[in-house]
Design a binder for this molecule. Structure first.
Ligand code: HEC
Length: 116
């Protein structure tokens, strides 16, 4: 009987240890400045297809050079080229984010056997 309070306490500790450890691990993570370039680029894939490879009328981004993509994005941001929607999308990102997205998308290569 005299062991009960001790057992109870260790059970309570065991039940709470996990969340405490998780909180500690989360606090130890380096500070993030925003979503990853991957996450940002995935927004583009809803219209431009997976990895920027569009199967339909939407212009494909895959296989295009990072400099070209960035130039187009910066032009859209300024409203150049009579965009229907890309001006509004491009304005949602900083120039640095657009450069990272352009580099990321340009680095995607088609899976084996897929047309460019
Ligand atoms: C809602 C659909 C939609 C989304 C989301 C979208 N785009 Fe577009 N994109 C378009 C359309 C439509 C065009 C053709 C220009 C226009 O009408 O605005 C285009 C054109 C482009 C072009 C020019 C292609 C070329 O060959 O000149 C680039 C580059 C581009 N988009 C990049 C992006 C990037 C990068 C993102 C994500 C940050 C993105 N787009 C998100 C619809 C979209």
């Amino acid at each position: 009987m005299d062991g009960m309070p001790g057992k109870l306490i260790s059970r309570v500790l065991a039940a709470t240890a996990c969340p405490v450890l998780i909180a500690a691990a989360a606090a130890a993570e380096p500070a993030r400045t925003g979503p990853s370039v991957e996450a940002l680029s995935f927004n583009c894939y809803t219209c431009h297809g997976p990895d920027g490879r569009s199967p339909a009328a939407m212009p494909s981004l895959q296989g295009k050079h990072a400099d070209y993509l960035l130039r187009r994005l910066l032009e859209f941001k300024q409203g150049k080229g009579h965009p229907t929607i890309m001006d509004r999308i491009a304005r949602g990102y900083s120039d640095e984010e657009l450069a990272s997205i352009a580099a990321y998308i340009a680095a995607q290569t088609p899976a084996a056997g897929e047309p460019r």
